[in-house]
Design a protein around this ligand. Structure first.
Ligand code: DON
Length: 303
């Protein structure tokens, strides 16, 4: 893959007007410069290619939901699907509406409701949830420099009324086993993890590599679990814009309200883009645009 293609698309998008707005509902995220823009591309077993602010850390937010799912899936195997479903929701990431009809089983692990249930599962499995989860992220990233931002976690907790509502509501159906306060504290912390595009592209590379890490050949997920995780990213990674992302980009991916997007092309590459201005669905405007141009110009996508 040519660095020039990535730089050209980056420049092209930089020259166009940015659109959307910051995720101001989390007060700390309102302080980020809206002009940040970085891309990191990792072709399996090739040196990483980076452009712009690709080495600057940002709040990964919902991107972490893929990694929390992986850790829970690893422990519970297919039993996990009794607690959370695998259907696209067609509703916004923080919606409450389907939970009543679905009797507290969230549609998928990437909407907030589903990610909160996955956090509850991890609280039951892990001895020291915050330490053990961070150790897992550092292990797959081959990088000890990854941390929570207690400032961002605290900021979200201070206004996270919808997530509190979701967690207590799910608990009323019996699908939260632990104390909701502890589940949410864990949820806000894992969302607050800060990583660069470079670190994210590397952390997700095992999902492009049949579940195996590049640095030490460790099997994080089985081949089948990896396929299924990618399938959920393809169908649910962008909430009620998952169809649009599939249509325009054609890769399994996951967004976060910090403005990051990670996507993988199985057996080929992982890619991370960061631009904090979000469209009305909570997905990075420039991130989607970059990936659309990237898969269009390189003609490398799953479809
Ligand atoms: O729970 C929240 O609202 C945030 N911690 C995460 C939401 C998010 O990143 C949605 N993604 N686009």
């Amino acid at each position: 893959m040519n660095q020039q293609i990535i730089e050209n698309i980056y420049q092209q998008i930089l020259n166009e007007k940015n659109q959307g707005s910051l995720a101001t509902y989390i007060p700390e995220l309102a302080n980020i410069s809206p002009d940040k823009f970085g891309v990191a591309f990792l072709e399996l077993n090739q040196p990483i290619i980076g452009v712009g602010d690709y080495q600057e850390k940002f709040s990964i937010q919902s991107i972490v939901k893929v990694l929390s799912l992986c850790l829970a899936y690893r422990h519970l195997q297919s039993d996990i699907w009794q607690r959370v479903n695998v259907e696209p929701s067609g509703t916004s990431f923080n919606s409450l509406v389907q939970l009543e009809a679905d009797k507290g089983i969230p549609r998928n692990p990437f909407i907030n409701a589903g990610a909160i249930v996955v956090c509850d599962i991890l609280l039951s499995i892990l001895d020291n949830p915050l330490e053990d989860f961070l150790a897992f992220i550092r292990e797959i990233s081959h990088n000890p420099q990854i941390n929570y931002s207690s400032k961002v976690a605290q900021s979200e907790k201070s206004v996270g009324y919808r997530n509190f509502a979701l967690c207590y509501y799910i608990k009323s159906f019996g699908n939260i086993k632990n104390d909701p306060i502890e589940v949410l504290d864990f949820y806000f912390h894992i969302c607050s993890i800060e990583m660069t595009c470079q670190e994210l592209a590397y952390a997700f590379s095992f999902l492009a590599n049949d579940g195996i890490t590049l640095h030490d050949g460790c099997q994080i997920l089985t081949k089948s679990q990896t396929k299924r995780t990618n399938a959920i990213m393809q169908t649910c990674g962008f909430y009620d814009e998952s169809g649009e992302f599939s249509f325009r980009v054609g890769l399994p991916g996951k967004s976060g309200v910090g403005g990051g997007i990670v996507a993988v092309m199985p057996n080929h590459y992982s890619i991370a883009v960061w631009s904090p201005c979000l469209n009305s669905k909570g997905n990075s405007y420039r991130g989607m645009k970059f990936l659309e141009e990237f898969t269009t110009q390189t003609k490398i996508s799953v479809f």
